[in-house]
Design a binder for this molecule. Structure first.
Ligand SMILES: Cc1ncc(COP(=O)(O)O)c(C=O)c1O
Length: 403
């Protein structure tokens, strides 16, 4: 924690790098290595008799290396996590009335996929310490129609996969057996859970390489990891026109050779990018830990937080109006951007509400009014981070003084 004099000094000094253009929606981190990989991939494809090919070596190598990183038997590269979540729901072969349980506090991609594939979306609450699915609440919502649980490894922290898998085993579907646990790992690539990387546990896990994500393949891209060979075959069939057999429907969800070439470089650099992000987050927590009006993100024992976002909760009595005021003051008076990621999806998207009428989650709604995420990036300097922390403390004190 910094004392008042130090805080004033930091604020007077100003923010060393100024406000970032896209803040709080900042992009990835590229180096000359990625540029060289792009150039090489294009050069290698200049032979008109070769072109880019269908399954190029870069793509196969990226899949092999990604599976190795996550410790899974297989990895299937795709165009985006949104596409991967659609593919996950396709692989479930949902029948009308089949239910999939997923946290209301979420990005809505997975919820669109459930509804889009004809399933019934059933919301659950999150654990307010982790913002990930609360296993006890998930269990309460299981019915004979439940087919799957779709937790999101929210904001960089793994969901409690062991607890969810144990519940899934204990409540098998009468026709399909144990419930499938599918992880949305768009925001947690490289995070740790017990002695594994996120992406290992569960039937499958879906990653995003969108521009804002922890690693990125030129703005879009994704990967699905799994240990189930039959599922991997099915996913490859969906990815490209039914695959080798004519048994399944398929479309085209393949990433490009250039994306895969860049993905290989980003994967090599992932741990370095994550460790800097982690360092900044830990430093921020140290600076803010005595602010009693704020609950800071936690990293429970056995978890390694990738800190895609630094999620703060304001005190319950500051929910809504005061939280909004805090965010506005941070931006207007100190140039510090933050975002609410995320309120319950049924409040964020009318389409989700239309398909989930009558499902209202009190805790999710409360958290949606209390959370905010001041931006964090591995390229932010220690001084930048100090400035953000000083601005947060100063703003909280001003709001307290206002009464
Ligand atoms: C939790 C979560 N799931 C899925 C997605 C969708 O990812 P993509 O942009 O790769 O489709 C996002 C992207 O913002 C996300 O944050």
């Amino acid at each position: 924690m910094m004392d008042k004099a130090r805080r004033k000094e930091i604020l007077k000094r100003g923010r060393p790098s100024g406000k970032w253009d896209g803040e709080p929606m900042v992009g990835g981190w590229y180096t000359e290595e990625e540029v060289e990989a792009v150039v090489k991939a294009v050069r290698d494809s200049m032979d008109w008799q070769v072109g880019f090919g269908f399954y190029c070596e870069e793509m196969l190598e990226f899949e092999r290396k990604f599976a190795e990183y996550c410790g899974t038997a297989d990895a299937v590269s795709i165009t985006s996590a949104g596409a991967g979540l659609d593919m996950a729901m396709m692989a479930l072969d949902l029948e009308p009335g089949d239910e999939v349980i997923s946290p209301a506090i979420n990005f809505y991609a997975g919820h669109y996929s459930i509804i889009g594939q004809g399933g019934k979306l059933v919301f659950c609450e999150v654990d307010p310490k982790t913002f990930c699915a609360d296993p006890a609440d998930v269990e309460k919502r299981i019915t004979p129609r439940t087919r799957a649980i779709l937790p999101t490894h929210m904001n960089g922290l793994s969901a409690d996969m062991d607890a969810l898998l144990e519940i899934a085993e204990r409540h098998p579907h009468s026709k399909h057996g144990p419930l499938k646990v599918i992880g949305d790992v768009a925001r947690a690539c490289g995070a740790g859970y017990k002695d594994t990387k996120v992406g290992k546990k569960g039937w499958m896990n879906v990653f995003s390489f969108h521009t804002m994500k922890l690693m990125t393949t030129l703005g879009e891209g994704g990967m699905i990891t799994t240990d189930d060979p039959q599922l991997a075959r099915r996913l490859r069939a969906i990815r490209m026109w039914g695959g080798d057999t004519e048994e399944y429907w398929g479309g085209n969800y393949k990433m490009t050779k250039i994306q895969a070439a860049v993905g290989l470089v980003q994967l090599r650099r992932l741990d370095e990018m994550l460790s800097l992000r982690h360092e900044r987050a830990v430093q921020r927590t140290e600076l803010l830990k005595d602010v009693s009006e704020l609950t800071l993100p936690s990293e429970p024992p056995g978890y390694w937080h990738a800190y895609y976002l630094y999620t703060i909760l304001v005190a319950p009595e500051w929910a809504g109006e005061k939280r909004d005021r805090l965010m506005k003051m941070l931006l207007d008076d100190y140039g510090v951007g933050s975002a609410v990621l995320n309120p319950p999806t049924y409040q964020a998207r009318a389409f989700v509400r239309t398909h989930t009428r009558g499902q209202n989650l009190p805790l999710a709604e409360e958290l949606g009014q209390r959370l905010f995420c001041p931006f964090l990036h591995p390229l932010m300097s220690e001084e930048d981070n100090e400035y953000v922390a000083a601005a947060i403390i100063e703003t909280v004190e001003r709001i307290v003084d206002e009464g």
